[in-house]
Design a protein around this ligand. Structure first.
Ligand code: KG4
Ligand code: ZN
Length: 330
């Protein structure tokens, strides 16, 4: 069975994982840099890049030890080659190239978004192409028709902020700390989602695009007014995001004939109420709903190894000249 080593370092998590071509996760290791970035309220690229240099090689060794393997047992090296913070991407990609070169193994350069997009098939091996994917992370908010490895149609994207970015900025505004998404979700549990009137940008428009900048400004005004409790603002904000995601995804479903499932992936897919709302939408359309487990939704290397497995099986390998790309649309 083909064994793939995956490396991830495009944002603030350093990770290494080993998966098999039939979707068994043999080992997955992750080091988060949350503590290093917390004082700044966001990811500092240079601090991130240095931390990846320190963490990555020991994580590779630990993952191999967990699986009781050596590099010689690995068949394919898969590394994130973008998009992301370029210093971090370079650490992972160059490490992947060095390992591939030293061990004489093929290299697969993985688009981080493809890692998120294919991760649901690692979680649920029965999931077939094509499926409609709502990809919601800190840097991206897209609706994609996933037809196969390397084969995507983008139906919609955000015209300003990503959904995760909106969560992070709202958390900062409300003084809830970093990283923002989980903090807002926690605060929202104790709040009233109807307490604060907030806009639902682009809801009802024909193209299924997203926009969150206006929502963020409205949250800022609500916070500055001193009229509302923090929990109520958090709950109302989260409800507004849910309404936008559901409306836009419903639009896209109307255009995505023949899909086998509605799938959500990316860090924001870790949000409980968002998952519940999307599950209901899928049920309304008689479609199965697939959401990877929480640890597979946020950044990790198992999804990179898996995307490497799918690309390798499709004959898609890269040579050692492959570039690191800060921007790389799917
Ligand atoms: O996919 P990811 O780990 O990294 C990127 O590729 O961006 O996503 C991180 C994003 C952050 O914006 C974070 O605040 C958000 O996902 N996030 C959440 C939750 N957990 C993480 N947003 C809402 N609710 C959550 N529970
Ligand atoms: Zn990500």
């Amino acid at each position: 069975m083909t064994i793939i080593l995956g490396l991830e370092s495009s944002c603030d998590e350093t990770a290494a994982a080993l998966v098999t071509a039939d979707g068994r996760i043999l080992a997955h290791r992750l080091a988060t840099q949350e503590e290093a970035h917390r004082p700044y309220g966001g990811v500092v690229p240079e601090i991130a890049a240095r931390a990846h240099v320190e963490a990555l090689t020991p994580l590779v060794e630990a993952a191999l030890a967990d699986a009781e393997m050596t590099l010689a047992d690995v068949d394919v090296i898969a590394a994130t080659a973008g998009p992301g913070l370029i210093g971090g991407v370079m650490v992972g990609l160059v490490t992947g190239k060095a390992l591939a070169h030293a061990a004489g193994k093929p290299l697969v350069a993985v688009n981080h978004l493809e890692g998120h997009a294919l991760s649901p098939r690692l979680a649920d091996p029965t999931l077939q192409f094509p499926y409609l994917l709502l990809l919601v992370s800190g840097g991206h908010c897209q609706l994609l028709l996933v037809k196969g490895p390397g084969d995507y149609s983008r139906l919609a994207t955000t015209i300003d902020d990503a959904a995760g970015e909106a969560f992070d900025k709202t958390a900062k505004l409300l003084g809830l700390g970093y990283p923002g998404g989980p903090q807002v979700e926690k605060a929202a549990k104790a709040g009233d989602p109807k307490a604060v009137p907030l806009p639902r940008p682009l809801v009802g428009t024909a193209e299924p695009h997203f926009s969150f900048a206006g929502l963020k400004s409205a949250v800022m005004r609500a916070a500055q007014s001193g009229q509302y409790a923090t929990q109520d603002i958090a709950a109302s904000f989260q409800q507004a995001v849910i309404d936008c995601l559901v409306d836009r995804t419903r639009r896209a479903l109307a255009r995505a004939e023949g899909v086998t499932a509605l799938v959500v992936a990316g860090g924001v897919a870790a949000n409980g109420p968002i998952r519940v709302a999307l599950e209901r939408l899928a049920a309304d359309h008689d479609l199965p709903f697939v959401a990877p487990p929480l640890w597979l939704c946020t950044d990790n290397a198992a999804m990179i190894a898996w995307a490497g497995a799918e690309r390798f099986a499709a004959g898609l390998v890269d040579d050692l000249t492959v570039p690191a790309r800060p921007r790389w649309p799917l």
